[in-house]
Design a protein around this ligand. Sequence first.
Ligand SMILES: Nc1nc2c(ncn2[C@@H]2O[C@H](COP(=O)(O)OP(=O)(O)OP(=O)(O)O)[C@@H](O)[C@H]2O)c(=O)[nH]1
Ligand SMILES: [Mg+2]
Length: 195
Amino acid sequence: MSINFNNADLSRVAGISSQHLKEGYPQIAFSGRSNVGKSSLINSLLKRKKLARVSGTPGKTITANYYLIDGKLFLVDLPGYGFARRPKEDRAKWSEMTQAYFEENHALRLIIQLIDCRVGPTPDDADMFEWMNHYEVPYIVVCTKCDKLNKTELTDFSEKINSSPLFRQGTNIILYSAEKGIGRDELIKRIIEAV
Ligand SMILES: Nc1nc2c(ncn2[C@@H]2O[C@H](COP(=O)(O)OP(=O)(O)OP(=O)(O)O)[C@@H](O)[C@H]2O)c(=O)[nH]1
Ligand SMILES: [Mg+2]
């Protein structure tokens, strides 16, 4: 299938769980902690500077944003988790929104789970993998902001992440930089395969 990633529009913002789409165009969802770089990654995939909002203050909006790509699939920017300063009500809302998204979602093809290269997997990420493994949801791992590590750090990180016990065997792991465009071609390939 050929997909024109330059042809993209924000087509739906779900602010409450009943607004999620569960059928229709195939969906690829981006999941990860606040500030991990979900929106930046979507912008870099689409070669757009500002389509997905990149926030200086992370975790401000708890919405799922659906970007329709070339009239063929949705990229879904899910609300980020694990932001410590977030009030309790927000965390409850996050859980409700996220669970509702995953429950009986017939359109979901792949979760792209993001991990920050400088942070590594957090306990919240571990919960997410446990959950995805349990429900046999297809996922790949994208390690963001790899431009921030030097060569030695990147080698160390790669070794650690490649032997992480959190992931299902054979999990695809991509090193990514939204700033430099590193990993973009490979990620696009995986998305097309999943669709
Ligand atoms: N150096 C570098 N910085 C990045 C990269 N990707 C994202 N950032 C920065 O990381 C910060 C957070 O990026 P966002 O894309 O807003 O992160 P998010 O996961 O969407 O955050 P929430 O929407 O709050 O959940 C911003 O300051 C970005 O500029 C990258 O590849 N390299
Ligand atoms: Mg974001």
